[in-house]
Design a protein around this ligand. Structure first.
Ligand SMILES: [Zn+2]
Length: 425
């Protein structure tokens, strides 16, 4: 890398005028990566929508030169994305197991009982809070999507249908509501006003309460070249150091952290009031902060290397596709995840390379991928058409999928994984 802090503009495009960091307010001047224009990754199309106009928004990610928060502008409002949300957490067995293990750990470690209150922000359909209820711990969910909140209510999980922020927390405090445990799983990244959100948690937390937040770890995203996990719904991408900085701005101290394998590599951070000394800062929190420091997460040029890696990955994926098609091979996809849509749109892979994709979710059958218009079929289509290659779009599940689809070996079929680099096996 020859780029230095003195010549940042050589490496970065200028952002639109007025774009500023959602945490510290500095002007955003430096590109982290630019994936071009893409439709919202969950906006699957039906056949009658194929000839209509489709909304595309920039996937241009910036890094703040002051606080190093990696971020997308709010191109689409969360009201638009989340008020009628198609994702129900309870449909995923592995995610339920993750939630159950988490509640066991919290009840044990923080001695939660019938006098405690566990509040989850973005509580979805109550997939997690139900396990606290089983253990006799009172709960409260906060969830902006009306349709999923309704499912939670059916399970007996009290749920407020609202976007959480400092005003809502102040109202709750006035009503005498404060939490022993505040849970935020995969929500921090999806909040445009991160300051209001963290200020709200500060208000809602009891003097000896604990906050836990889970989110994809920026270090893993960069190491694993996981640019396809960038979506319009994810406004922010956090390092551990930047998370500590944001929390400390609101007099919250991060005292512990766990590195998880979920979503390609996530962090679970633990925070408390700065003046509460009952939970000393752990060795593993100090260790991760140190590792990020060593890896250069407090230097701007570290972030500039990512964009070139992304472009190189695109070229390699396309080289593979072009060679395969030139040799007369057929390629089918497996899965229709959000990350697949980011990847295919950025690489401009449409029906010219990919005949179709399949998915186990019946809601997606007969529909088409946003932007690329690749049709989605049930998984049986693969056995019927015997493609030479199956491109695994949810690469985080590659071992599971390889087993489920081992029958493609009958006709000499091979699997292809695009991330972190093209791999054929
Ligand atoms: Zn900033």
């Amino acid at each position: 890398m020859s780029i230095t802090m003195d010549q940042p503009d050589q490496a970065s495009k200028l952002s639109p005028p007025g774009a500023s960091c959602r945490f510290c307010g500095s002007q955003l001047r430096h590109t982290f990566t630019d994936l071009g224009m893409s439709p919202p990754c969950e906006s699957f199309l039906s056949a009658d929508q194929l000839n209509r106009m489709e909304a595309f928004y920039p996937l241009h990610v910036f890094v703040c030169e002051h606080c190093f928060l990696v971020q997308l502008q709010e191109y689409i409002s969360p009201e638009h994305i989340f008020t009628e949300y198609a994702y129900f957490s309870s449909y995923s067995d592995s995610w339920l197991a993750h939630a159950k293990a988490y509640t066991d750990l919290m009840v044990e470690r923080f001695k939660l009982g019938r006098d405690s209150l566990a509040v989850e922000l973005a509580s979805n359909d109550g997939y997690l809070l139900q396990y606290f209820v089983e253990k006799g711990v009172p709960v409260l969910g906060i969830e902006p999507a009306v349709n999923v909140a309704r499912e939670a209510a059916k399970k007996g999980i009290p749920t407020l249908v609202k976007f959480f922020g400092k005003e809502m927390a102040a109202e709750m405090l006035r009503d005498g509501v404060q939490a022993d445990l505040i849970v935020g799983n995969n929500v921090l990244a999806e909040v445009p006003d991160v300051r209001s959100f963290v200020a709200g948690m500060k208000t809602l937390l009891k003097p000896q309460g604990v906050i836990t937040l889970e989110f994809p770890h920026l270090m893993r995203l960069m190491e694993g070249n996981q640019f396809d996990t960038i979506y319009h719904e994810h406004f922010s991408y956090f390092s551990f150091l930047t998370t500590m900085r944001i929390m400390s701005e609101f007099a919250l101290t991060v005292f512990d952290v766990e590195e998880l394998t979920t979503h390609g590599g996530s962090l679970r951070v633990y925070a408390r009031h700065a003046q509460d000394t009952s939970h000393p800062v752990t060795e593993r929190a100090r260790d991760l902060a140190e590792r990020e420091e060593q890896a250069g997460f407090t230097r701007l040029q570290t972030y500039f290397s990512f964009d070139e890696k992304v472009k190189e990955t695109k070229r390699r994926i396309l080289s593979f596709m072009i060679d395969a098609k030139a040799a007369g091979k057929s390629i089918a996809g497996y899965g229709a995840p959000g990350k697949g849509n980011t990847l295919l749109n950025y690489c401009a892979i449409r029906g010219d390379f990919l005949d179709y994709t399949v998915d186990r979710n019946p809601y997606k059958h007969g529909k088409f991928l946003p932007g690329t218009h690749v049709p989605i079929f049930p998984p049986e289509k693969i056995r019927e058409t015997r493609p030479d290659y199956v491109l695994i779009l949810p690469w985080n599940l590659k071992n599971e999928i390889r087993e489920q689809l081992s029958y493609i070996r009958e006709w000499g079929g091979k699997f292809v994984v695009p991330i972190p680099r093209v791999e054929v096996f």
